[in-house]
Design a protein around this ligand. Structure first.
Ligand code: VG1
Ligand code: CO
Length: 560
């Protein structure tokens, strides 16, 4: 093949957000749009990460993925990449890509140096919905801000990109190697089984020992034998028209089967249910008629990991959570005397801690949970971790007579550590100007606690005083890089907290997220309905932020 240099002009707004660049498909299919971003990425990386190296390209299979994969293959060839690995049909979950970068070894003994992941995660797909792309580094984790800033900078000045236009399209539906010859020598595309590396890793991490009993039972006997245990397990370009986001709103079908929805008429629900998002890095854990809050989930996994999960038998190096995630994990870290870190929203901040051996388990309130087996959050891993814990709690009870249920485990946890009532209100697709004004208003207000408390007391006299407020800023303890403006926090005297931030994953308008949290230590009071328990704080949050004035919204779009 030959290398073509194609002239182009910058597009506005190619700034990677919390997790890569996400835009409407209509935006992505504009001439040179994807190409600009891919070349900007190549240019942001040093030559030793590209020339003669292997890259992974795959994703969640959403609409436009197939075309995008062919373009990236041709651009990789032209930029001196030696080999591109593609999961069969272009499908690899986000954690699987991470596993492939870290574990998979090519025929010549070399590993991949990075990956383009094609996903917009929990955002809907299809011709009128979202597409997305992000770059992961050689550690298997998302590119750090230093790199994404550089990519963005490059997109604003780009003049041309390199592509091998005459390279034929590769059939990505068939496993095998295609070889080509270019100006720099041979170039290969290897299509491989999407599940191989990841499944091997999962076997090692979670299915050893007693967990295997449950895994076999659930994944082989129940799931394997009866298709009815699996919902929506055929990947579709538009996710069946739904929101591929595992929460109580969008995973309706599962929620009803677990006895949580309104129409629970089909008899006894199963003991355990779980859902994942489009790229399988998120998870929702459900017990029979019971929802596990993601912030509790990571705390419970951390509290039980040693003993229940063989991978952690040597102990935990430390734990970490994103800033808006509840402090349930903090309490576990204190009790177990573990290193603890609070990072900004988004998985890219956990990777440094893990690479430095400071963190074994981490999570986010947004249905993300993971460990240092890869450098992404991992939905299937979270499910296996829960199954391992269930198995462990029931290890003397294999007849299942006195089953310790998901609900029992959570309630026991609350009894030991106290409960963090938690909810998140999302105001999606609000006017970007209004959202900015709201945030600016809160930043300003944050420095005037007297005024804040006057407002708080005016709304609800039964809510305690705000004793501290700030705009969250993070200094990475490993590389000392600083991330500013990561959300506004109001801390209350009784340990409650309100957090406001703007989403960085949307593709239209702005999304305001309000995170509401209240700590209850008294075991007699940990069993309340969370929306009811949090009502006073919710009222305060809405009034304090002048939500209705700034956005015109009287109700959130989604409550989780
Ligand atoms: C959201 C979540 C964040 C998560 C990110 C990517 O970001 O809040 O916790 O890491 O999505 O998840 P934001 O900026 O919209 O709040 V995924 O499953 O899209 O890779
Ligand atoms: Co995702």
């Amino acid at each position: 093949f030959k290398v073509n240099r194609v002239e182009t002009k910058p597009y506005d707004g190619q700034k990677p957000g919390t997790s890569g660049l996400r835009k409407k498909v209509k935006v992505f299919i504009q001439p040179h749009y994807l190409q600009n971003f891919v070349q900007a990425t190549f240019n942001a990386l040093s030559a030793d990460k590209i020339k003669g190296k292997t890259l992974v390209v795959s994703g969640d299979g959403r609409y436009f993925s197939k075309e995008a994969i062919q373009i990236i293959i041709k651009m990789s060839a032209a930029n001196g990449v030696k080999c591109v690995w593609v999961g069969q049909n272009g499908l690899l979950s986000t954690p699987a890509v991470s596993a492939v970068i870290r574990e998979r070894v090519g025929k010549d003994g070399s590993k991949a140096s990075g990956a383009f992941i094609l996903t917009a995660s929990h955002n809907p797909g299809g011709p009128n919905e979202d597409f997305g792309i992000k770059y992961n580094m050689e550690n298997g984790g998302p590119a750090p801000e230093g790199v994404t800033d550089k990519i963005y900078e490059n997109t604003t000045t780009i003049k041309d990109y390199l592509i091998a236009e005459d390279l034929p399209d590769v059939d990505i539906s068939k496993i095998g190697v295609s070889s080509f010859s270019g100006p720099d020598g041979p170039f290969e595309v290897e299509v491989f089984d999407s599940t191989e590396t990841y499944v091997k890793l999962m076997n090692y991490d979670a299915l050893h020992g007693v967990a295997g009993v449950y895994a076999k039972r659930i994944f082989l006997e129940e799931l394997g034998a009866s298709e009815s245990s699996l919902l929506n397990c055929t990947p579709k370009e538009d996710f069946g028209g739904g929101h591929p986001d595992p929460n109580l709103t969008y995973a309706k079908e599962l929620v009803q089967r677990m006895g949580l929805g309104k129409s629970n008429t089909e008899g006894e629900p199963p003991e355990f249910g779980a859902a994942a998002d489009g790229d399988a890095d998120r998870n929702m854990i459900l017990g029979k008629r019971f929802f596990v809050t993601p912030s509790d989930s990571v705390a419970i996994i951390a509290a039980n990991a040693v003993g229940a999960i063989p991978y952690f038998s040597g102990g935990l190096k430390g734990v970490a959570r994103s800033m808006p995630t509840s402090a349930a994990l903090d309490v576990v870290a204190q009790h177990l005397n573990l290193k603890f870190f609070e990072v900004p929203t988004g998985w890219k901040f956990f990777g440094n801690l893990m690479d430095a051996g400071l963190c074994s388990i981490c999570g986010e309130e947004s249905f993300g949970t993971g460990s240092d087996h890869v450098r992404e959050k991992d939905g299937i891993w979270a499910v296996l971790a829960w199954l391992a814990i269930l198995a462990h709690k029931n290890k003397d009870n294999l007849s299942g007579e006195k089953l310790v249920s998901v609900e029992d485990i959570v309630r026991q946890h609350w009894a030991t550590y106290g409960r963090h009532y938690y909810t998140r209100y999302d105001y999606e697709n609000v006017d970007a100007g209004g959202a900015k004004e709201l945030m600016a208003y809160l930043v300003n207000l944050q420095s005037k606690l007297d005024e804040v408390n006057k407002i708080v007391k005016g709304v609800r006299s039964d809510v305690s005083n705000v004793i501290r407020a700030d705009e969250f800023e993070y200094k990475d303890p490993v590389d000392s890089s600083v991330s500013k403006h990561q959300g506004i926090r109001y801390f209350f005297e009784d340990g409650s907290r309100l957090v406001f931030r703007l989403s960085g994953t949307g593709s239209e308008g702005a999304t305001i997220r309000v995170y509401i949290e209240q700590y209850e230590k008294d075991p007699a009071k940990t069993g309340r309905d969370s929306q009811e328990a949090l009502k006073p704080l919710v009222d305060v949050a809405i009034k304090l932020s002048k939500m209705q004035e700034f956005t015109g919204r009287s109700e959130p779009t989604v409550i989780t």
